[in-house]
Design a protein around this ligand. Structure first.
Ligand SMILES: Cc1cc2nc3c(=O)[nH]c(=O)nc-3n(C[C@H](O)[C@H](O)[C@H](O)COP(=O)(O)OP(=O)(O)OC[C@H]3O[C@@H](n4cnc5c(N)ncnc54)[C@H](O)[C@@H]3O)c2cc1C
Ligand SMILES: NC(=O)C1=CN([C@@H]2O[C@H](COP(=O)(O)OP(=O)(O)OC[C@H]3O[C@@H](n4cnc5c(N)ncnc54)[C@H](OP(=O)(O)O)[C@@H]3O)[C@@H](O)[C@H]2O)C=CC1
Ligand SMILES: O=C(O)C(=O)Cc1c[nH]c2ccccc12
Length: 410
């Protein structure tokens, strides 16, 4: 990994590490992809990861039955594809094993248990100072790879604190096993809400899924071809409006009119909506037929949670045993990156795709495109090329490509 020099700070006992290459924050797919692309360009880097493993979202914060939604060719990281033996839609275990082989192939060794608490640009020295609980890392380049899904969104629903049963976010949900035979309120109808509701059905639980708004549901495949693949192919030739028209025509043919089962479609088409707002269409893997058969109950917005149930905006009241919040995720960048105008208050780059990867003064972002792993791959390649151009003139005279240099601690 990146070459660095280590010093003990006398007053605080904090270790100060001078890093020669870029500092990457986050060892998810985005951090790994960027590190690999930098390595290929001859630039060393270090990754700081708050958790104890790589891809912690996939390893610790997703449910057991999760598989990729898009066919594998749309989820590969740059430079090293999936093994041929993988199925079209790899499972999360396969995806994690791919990421582990990826890291090992490029000799990427993230520094685990390093939660970045603050980072800021020092105008005087021209370096980024990045603080974790026990160290300060200093570099010319900082790459933000903490992801769009860094923290769960926990909505403040009236009365939720009075509820007697358990309340969990989908990021802590593993399987319906713990909810056997229960009446469960699932708040939210994105891909997580739909898939958790489907999983609950497999354990004889009765999911009541809250749909407060409009939602696009598309079949995962159309006539044996992935819907996402069809959309990407058509988008090369046709305006997005027409692509969406085609997708909706076929979706309505395959799924029927989803309005009739309480899933009203937004006015804007599914791909245009994803591009403009980031809202991902639901790619159906079975929940829709459970809704049609009444096993998943669709409810309107929640008005209030009571000790043992929920009141809905249409006046209905239901007793429930547990609540699962499928309310999505948010970036955590505003909590640690200081004095930076590049990110908005939600921790997303203000500059839209495909140009949001480069900020100013050696700051970069990877994986904030709202375009899944394809967006990550595009950012990672761009960042590595850009930093390599700055790296070569500085380091041609004085080769610094060796691995970590541990200087004697002072
Ligand atoms: C359930 C689910 C399924 C998905 N499925 C798909 C799919 O099939 N296809 C697709 O293209 N996309 C999918 N996505 C989108 C998803 O965002 C990407 O798959 C991918 O995980 C993004 O990678 P990332 O590295 O940007 O973020 P993450 O995977 O979230 O990794 C960020 C890393 O940064 C670390 N971190 C955060 N804050 C700090 C800090 N302050 N200091 C140090 N480390 C920190 C985290 O611990 C984490 O390890 C899915 C998302 C979810 C939630
Ligand atoms: N197999 C796969 O590949 C999977 C992929 N994913 C991906 O992970 C990402 C996150 O998905 P997901 O976790 O579903 O999050 P999303 O942000 O996509 O969906 C959140 C849902 O919660 C609803 N919601 C939020 N707050 C409230 C509230 N206070 N009351 C009622 N409803 C509320 C939203 O409704 P509203 O629209 O009204 O705001 C929306 O329906 C997406 O990109 C998704 O595609 C997730 C699961 C599986
Ligand atoms: O980002 C996600 O959550 C995905 O599941 C991948 C994804 C990226 N772009 C899309 C457009 C339509 C459906 C899924 C995706």
């Amino acid at each position: 990994m990146g070459s660095s020099q280590k010093q003990h700070h006398k007053d605080t006992n904090c270790v100060r590490v001078r890093v020669h290459g870029p500092i990457i924050v986050g060892a998810g797919p985005s951090g790994l992809a960027t590190s690999a692309c930098l390595t290929q360009q001859g630039v060393p880097s270090i990754i700081l990861e708050k958790s104890d493993c790589l891809a912690s979202l996939w390893q610790h914060r997703t449910y057991d039955r999760l598989t990729l939604h898009l066919p594998k060719q749309f989820c590969e990281l740059p430079l090293l594809g999936f093994p041929q033996s993988f199925p079209k839609y790899p499972t999360k275990r396969q995806f994690v094993s791919y990421l582990e082989s990826y890291a090992s192939h490029f000799s990427i060794q993230p520094r685990f248990n390093q939660a970045v608490r603050s980072a800021g640009y020092d105008n005087v020295s021209g370096f980024w100072r990045v603080e974790t609980q026990d160290s300060e890392y200093i570099s010319r380049w900082l790459i933000v790879a903490t992801g769009e899904n860094a923290e769960p969104v926990m909505p403040d629903i009236p009365g939720i604190n009075k509820f007697d049963g358990s309340v969990v976010h989908t990021s802590s949900y593993k399987s319906g096993f713990e909810f056997k035979n229960q009446r469960v309120l699932v708040v939210g109808c994105g891909n997580s809400g739909m898939e958790v509701s489907l999983d609950l059905c497999r354990y004889n639980a009765i999911p009541h899924m809250v749909v407060r708004n409009t939602v696009h549901v598309l079949p995962r495949e159309m006539f044996g071809i992935s819907t996402f693949g069809i959309a990407m192919a058509l988008a090369k030739w046709l305006p997005l409006r027409l692509v969406d028209k085609f997708l909706l025509l076929v979706a309505n043919f395959i799924l029927g009119n989803t309005d009739r089962i309480g899933l009203r479609r937004p006015k804007t088409g599914p791909i245009e909506l994803k591009n403009v707002t980031g809202k991902t269409p639901v790619l159906d893997v079975g929940a829709l037929s459970m809704i049609k058969s009444g096993k998943i109950k669709v409810m309107e917005g929640v008005k209030e949670i009571t000790r043992n149930g929920a009141k809905f905006v249409d006046g209905q009241e239901k007793e429930i045993d547990s609540i699962i919040l499928a309310t999505g995720y948010k970036s955590n960048v505003p909590t640690w990156l200081k004095g930076c105008e590049f990110f908005d208050k939600d921790g997303m780059p203000r500059t839209p795709f495909p140009n949001g990867w480069k900020a100013e003064k050696g700051l970069y972002t990877v994986g904030f495109t709202r375009r899944g792993l394809q967006g990550t791959a595009s950012d990672a390649v761009n960042i590595a090329k850009d930093i390599a151009q700055q790296w070569r003139p500085i380091n041609n005279s004085n080769s610094c490509n060796s691995h970590v240099i541990q200087l004697k601690e002072t």
